[in-house]
Write a protein that binds this ligand. Structure first.
Ligand code: FE2
Ligand code: FE2
Length: 144
């Protein structure tokens, strides 16, 4: 397994969780439980991704811009997640904002998989791409 497969595995979990969350209604046990799983999971992924994959990528001049762009999207998503945590789950605005987050994250993950990884493959060695998996696992576990 390499870092691209490992990150994609998380993305698929996040896609699935976000789809289930978008189907919940009001201040329900389902919504609460899923949100309490989703938020730390998405945050730990983004932070560990930055500390390992993007930390490596940003050192290569050719991929620096893409790395910076992704990191700024992480910040936007983190802000929106804080907003959602503070917001009343029973208000219609909650689901509206969640759907906005879901769309942003889906766009972000698609971009990572289709553009960032493609670029990364040209600048990160296969050996490093494999080694980054255990670094990522360690950092993500520490975040959680
Ligand atoms: Fe990301
Ligand atoms: Fe990611």
């Amino acid at each position: 397994m390499d870092i691209y497969e490992r990150l994609t595995k998380d993305h698929n979990t996040h896609r699935e969780m976000a789809t289930r969350l978008a189907e919940t209604t009001g201040d329900s046990e389902d919504r609460r439980k899923l949100w309490e799983e989703f938020k730390p999971e998405a945050e730990a992924h983004a932070n560990a991704e930055e500390q390992t994959f993007y930390a490596t990528l940003i050192e290569t001049p050719e991929a620096q811009e893409k790395a910076r762009h992704s990191i700024s999207e992480h910040k936007e998503a983190a802000d929106l997640m804080e907003k959602l945590s503070a917001e009343d789950m029973s208000s219609p605005g909650w689901l509206q904002n969640f759907k906005k987050l879901k769309e942003e994250l889906e766009h972000h993950m698609d971009e990572e998989e289709n553009e960032v990884f493609m670029k990364a493959r040209t600048v990160i060695s296969d050996e490093t791409a494999t080694k980054l998996v255990s670094d990522f696992e360690e950092r993500k576990a520490a975040e959680l």
